[in-house]
Design a protein around this ligand. Structure first.
Ligand SMILES: Nc1ncnc2c1ncn2[C@@H]1O[C@H](COP(=O)(O)OP(=O)(O)OP(=O)(O)O)[C@@H](O)[C@H]1O
Ligand SMILES: [Mg+2]
Length: 393
């Protein structure tokens, strides 16, 4: 008896579902559309038949920046021009010219962005009533790809450099030894002019030796000895060197430390070299006068697992066209530069498992170095006694 009633109930439900199927379907489609508009990964723009923006979801606002509420009613091409976006499609979209995965790349305030776009017309009753555009931000992938490309290039140059540097180093040591002997005998005979020549030769040899050393550092992944350390401690050790340079150039050096930073996992000498190189570049860019700020940062989802050091200068900035090249070995705009400073920084930071990036405008340049924190949990406890030796206390 009870079974029968249950069956009747089920039949009624099916009948009702069939009757409502259109309404339910519409409801599901509506839910899906709302979900797409709220999506945090896809930027959506809806256009009307006049190519004007009808709707932009929050993610589109996040990707392109600016006041999203002011976009409604603007023709898409005018909107793009205002934001400096080279749109990879035109009004032919409304003639049903659908496309997929078109690249849209632009840069703003020295920061490059890249998205891929899908677009198609919206048709109702055989008539085009508008179009939709979907944007996917691929900037992180592009950056990763660029880093891999750079890293490959660096590796190749490194191999050539390593071979050459090695061959140069041996005769160099012999030459230096003999010039030192010559200088000694000039000293003994008080041959002042020759003494001076020998002195010049020796200092030039020192420079060659230094260069060769840099080549070798660049070429072989020098064994990095990672240990747990306090960033502030490393910075304080290094700061006097930078302060000297800054004072010589009338530059105000500010160091903004952050209390309670978690310990980082790094190689102290290497880390010092990175910050010194960046500081030196900043001072050289500013010439005489200016402000060099070295700042520690931590916290927030973007820095999860890392501590950041920012090296900010008030120099003239790096032209957009040069931004892609500054990490290339031998790229330099300085008369006496080797163009190896930043490639070495990049190499070191990669070896540490960190990241290095740059943002530049006419108001100055900021290099950001992310250094991995000591992993928390068993074996990697930051509070000491873990798997890593400590040198910070
Ligand atoms: N803070 C900065 N402001 C402006 N330009 C910069 C800055 N840092 C680097 N650059 C540019 O990047 C180039 C490459 O820097 P990198 O440190 O690799 O080599 P370099 O400084 O020219 O030579 P070296 O480091 O051997 O003395 C510089 O020549 C300069 O044009
Ligand atoms: Mg440099």
């Amino acid at each position: 008896m009870g079974d029968k009633r249950q069956q009747q109930g089920a039949v009624r439900a099916v009948v009702q579902w069939r009757g409502d199927s259109r309404a339910r379907r519409d409801h599901f489609v509506r839910l899906f559309a709302d979900r797409m508009l709220a999506d945090e990964w896809t930027g959506v723009l809806l256009l009307d038949a006049d190519f004007r923006i009808v709707e932009a979801n929050p993610m589109a606002g996040g990707i392109f920046g600016g006041d999203r509420s002011a976009w409604a009613g603007q023709p898409a091409d005018v909107w793009a021009e205002t934001l400096g976006l080279p749109l990879p499609f035109g009004r032919s979209l409304l003639q049903g010219e659908a496309f997929r995965n078109r690249k849209l790349a632009w840069s703003k305030d020295g920061v490059s962005r890249e998205v891929v776009v899908d677009g198609d017309a919206l048709v109702s009753g055989g008539e085009v009533i508008g179009a939709y555009l979907l944007f996917h931000d691929v900037t992180p992938w592009m950056m990763l790809e660029e880093q891999v490309r750079r890293s490959d290039r660096l590796k190749m140059i490194g191999q050539v450099a390593a071979g050459t540097a090695h061959e140069i180093r041996n005769p160099l040591t012999a030459i230096k030894g003999f010039v030192q002997l010559m200088k000694k005998s000039f000293d003994e005979r008080q041959m002042t002019k020759e003494q001076e020549y020998a002195h010049i030769v020796l200092s030039e040899l020192d420079r060659v030796q230094e260069l060769v050393g840099e080549f070798l550092l660049l070429s072989k992944s020098k064994e990095t000895k990672l240990s747990s350390m306090r960033l502030g401690y490393v910075m304080r050790e290094m700061m006097p060197m930078l302060r000297n340079e800054a004072t010589l150039h009338d530059i105000v050096l500010l160091y903004e430390t952050k209390p309670d930073l978690p310990p980082v996992l790094a190689d102290k000498e290497m880390l010092k070299q990175v910050i010194l190189n960046l500081g030196k570049n900043a001072i050289e860019a500013m010439g005489k006068g200016g402000r060099l700020l070295i700042r520690e940062r931590h916290g927030g989802p973007a820095l999860s697992g890392f501590v950041a050091v920012e090296v900010c200068d008030s120099g003239p900035g790096i032209p957009k066209a040069a931004l892609d090249r500054i990490f290339d070995p031998f790229y330099t705009t300085k008369e006496n530069g080797t163009g190896l400073g930043l490639s070495i920084c990049q190499r070191i930071v990669h070896d540490l498992g960190g990241r290095i990036s740059v943002a530049s405008s006419e108001a100055g340049t900021v290099f950001t170095v992310l250094i991995p924190c000591v992993p928390s949990g068993p074996g990697g406890q930051a509070s000491g006694g873990g798997a890593f030796p400590r040198d910070d206390v």
